[in-house]
Design a protein around this ligand. Structure first.
Ligand code: C2E
Ligand code: CA
Ligand code: CA
Length: 668
């Protein structure tokens, strides 16, 4: 047992003379040394020269000249070497090797100086001998201090100098020197104690600095992670809107500096909302994730331009195309994205296909700032959606002209007096079987003194955008009702409402009071609303519709089939009529698909026991087909174009004449 203890103690003792291989401690030691070691050699050389000088005439030259010169040269060389270490980058292994060399070099150097001192000693008079004792004691203290950061080296020096020192001077028998020896022994003991304490604190300091650095690194990693998350879309794990705009502004700045092109694209899934409405949000989410994944794959595999991709929100994605893309590149990218998005998606029980619309804008052609470029892409998308559902549109000079005219329309609308500049025309709605006019749809007209005739398809959305649609609707409704008041009591009035009329909190109240004041029976009125308007804010739309219904007004769902025809809306709203969009009528006799759609829509109306109105009837053949499909009412140029209110009386009179004539023929 004691043998084992001894062995362990020996190993521990050996450890004291070894250089630690803790990388941080090593680096700190090396760093401290590169500053302190030159000082150590300075003490050593200056003290040595002082001693050699005292012995010049009494001791042999090799002792007073040769050895000190050689030692001085060696010390100077080492000083120079250490001074050079200050600005060098070294590997851990290199540092360890140098510290080890340093550690073990203290042995021959310490022993060398000790031996040299003892060799000189016999030549000195008592003063000279005392000088040797003083020189050795002071120098060793200086050396130990300078070596404190490397405990092993300091211990080696203490051992190779102080042990022989104490023995040597004790052995001289000279009382003063013996006293100095004892003195030095005590001082050495104190020095070693201080050395241990200092070294422990030094090692602790290095360790705590290391843990501080680790902590800092952990904090940095955490903040990096936060940054990553802040730039990531939580559903699709794609870069998010914030990231997109950061990417856009840096790509834009880069393109500006290098005088090359950069493009922005906005991708919007068509018909995504019904998936959400009909299959629920979790299915919708899965479709979004999958669509995002596919678009990302296209972007990553695209070349030679680099494409950055992000989810902007909802079913909208964005791309930044860097590296001077041309129109053809954008068309190619749009086509590939479109192809991938179109592939089937697995829903709960079924598969579905999607399409997408993409709007691109190219710098420098379309805009001079990143924000404007994005706006242009957004407008291209709007155009792609509105006109060409499921296509890619790149911003062009025509679109620019359109935007400009949009701006002009908006500006003029702000100054227009609706009551004088806006007018109404009326288009008959006809019973499909009897071909008698049952009512009129009021349609707005704007004859602007500056712009000429402006289509309601342009100024109604413009009034919606600038928040003027509600006063416009009110002004038109007052006049439509005034006109209807003059019509025969059974003739109905259809009036178009916009999303803002039925979805803003108090939008419907002024309309109700206008109806009440008009003196026209509410049961003669039909309000036409579009599906898009209803989906704007379904709950509020439902409330507005309920209020109109409660008065006795009828509700028609306008443009049915062009929106995303969510049947759930049809079921959940108290509708009286469904208006089938004229796009299905135009080719009803040539296109079996249109024929089928109208057929299924009239069937739907039958099932729900609501009337069906078909718009845009221009020919007899169309009318015949619609009649055979069981449409209730029709409307279109075949019967009459929209006419001014003043023309209605004449129109109705003519119709009566014609009918009377027809009846007379039948009687005859
Ligand atoms: P809408 O409600 O679907 O109105 C029917 C549109 O089809 C009218 O265009 C009408 O002139 C046109 N039309 C009627 N018969 C035919 C036909 O046989 N062939 C063709 N090609 N077109 C026909 P308009 O007057 O230009 O109105 C466009 C849209 O503007 C309307 O579509 C409606 O959504 C909106 N609008 C018009 N007046 C108002 C209004 O007073 N208030 C609101 N909120 N929207 C209005
Ligand atoms: Ca309408
Ligand atoms: Ca319509």
């Amino acid at each position: 047992m004691p043998a084992v203890d001894l062995k362990a103690q020996f190993t521990a003792a050996k450890q004291l003379f070894r250089v630690s291989d803790d990388p941080d401690l090593m680096r700190a030691q090396f760093d401290a040394f590169s500053k302190q070691i030159p000082l150590l050699y300075l003490i050593l050389i200056s003290n040595t020269i002082a001693v050699a000088y005292s012995y010049v005439n009494v001791a042999p030259d090799w002792l007073t000249m040769t050895v000190p010169s050689a030692l001085t040269l060696l010390a100077a060389f080492r000083t120079f070497w250490w001074l050079r270490q200050r600005h060098q980058v070294r590997s851990d292994a290199d540092i360890l090797r140098n510290l080890r060399v340093m550690n073990w070099m203290t042995l021959p150097i310490g022993a060398g100086f000790t031996a040299w001192s003892f060799a000189l000693y016999p030549y000195g008079d008592p003063f000279g001998k005392s000088q040797i004792a003083f020189y050795m004691a002071v120098t060793v203290i200086g050396c130990i201090f300078s070596l404190m950061n490397l405990r092993s080296a300091a211990l080696i020096v203490t051992l190779v100098v102080d042990v022989p020192y104490v023995l040597f001077f004790w052995a001289t028998g000279e009382p003063t020197l013996k006293a100095i020896a004892v003195n030095n022994l005590l001082v050495s003991g104190a020095m070693v104690t201080v050395l241990f304490i200092y070294y422990r604190d030094f090692a602790d300091l290095v360790a705590s600095r290391k843990s501080l650095l680790t902590q800092q690194a952990a904090t940095q990693a955490l903040s990096d992670e936060n940054f990553r998350l802040a730039n990531l879309d939580s559903l699709t794990e794609l870069p998010n809107r914030r990231r997109f705009f950061a990417e856009l502004s840096s790509a834009f700045a880069d393109a500006e500096r290098r005088h090359v092109g950069v493009a922005v694209g906005i991708i919007d899934l068509d018909d995504f909302k019904p998936i959400n409405d009909n299959y629920g949000h979790s299915v919708g989410d899965r479709v979004l994730i999958e669509a995002g994944r596919r678009i990302r794959e296209v972007c990553e595999g695209f070349g030679p331009q680099r494409v950055e991709f992000a989810r902007l929100g909802g079913d909208e994605f964005g791309v930044v195309v860097c590296g001077d893309p041309e129109d053809a590149d954008l068309a190619r990218l749009g086509e590939r994205i479109g192809e991938q998005v179109k592939l089937p998606y697995q829903l709960d029980t079924a598969h579905t296909g999607l399409s997408c619309s993409i709007g691109f804008a190219l710098y420098p052609r379309s805009a001079t700032t990143a924000e404007a470029l994005y706006e242009c892409a957004d407008y291209s998308l709007y155009h792609a959606k509105r006109r060409l559902g499921g296509r890619t549109v790149t911003f062009s000079s025509e679109l620019e002209a359109e935007i400009r005219s949009r701006g002009v329309i908006e500006n003029l609308l702000r100054t227009v007096d609706f009551d004088t500049e806006m007018e109404l025309v009326f288009q008959p709605i006809v019973d499909a079987m009897s071909e008698h006019t049952t009512g009129f749809e009021a349609l707005a007209r704007w004859q602007s003194p500056r712009l000429g005739w402006v289509s309601p398809a342009d100024f109604i959305p413009a009034a919606e955008r600038i928040g003027l649609i509600r006063p416009l609707t009110q002004s038109l409704l007052v006049r439509a009702l005034a006109a209807a008041k003059a019509w025969p009591g059974h003739t109905r009035l259809s009036f178009n409402l916009s999303a803002h009329d039925i979805c803003s909190p108090d939008g419907i109240l002024p309309l109700i009071s206008i109806i009440e004041k008009s003196g026209v029976a509410p049961r003669r009125l039909d309000f036409e609303i579009t599906e898009t308007a209803v989906t704007f804010d379904f709950v509020r739309a439902q409330q507005s519709i309920a209020a109109l219904k409660a008065m006795g007004c009828g509700i028609s769902l306008d443009d049915f089939g062009t929106g995303y025809s969510s049947l759930s809306h049809v079921h959940r709203l108290p509708l009286d009529k469904l208006k089938i969009d004229r796009s299905f009528v135009a080719d009803i006799n040539d296109n079996p698909v249109s024929h089928k759609i109208v057929k299924s829509l009239t069937g739907l109306c039958d099932d729900m026991e609501i009337a069906c109105v078909v718009e845009g009837v221009e020919t007899r053949a169309q009318l015949d087909s619609l009649r055979s499909l069981g449409c209730d009412f029709v409307q279109g140029y075949y019967f009459a174009k929209p006419m001014p209110g003043a023309a209605i009386e004449g129109y109705l009179a003519k119709e009566r004449e014609w009918c009377d004539g027809a009846d007379a023929k039948v009687v005859a």
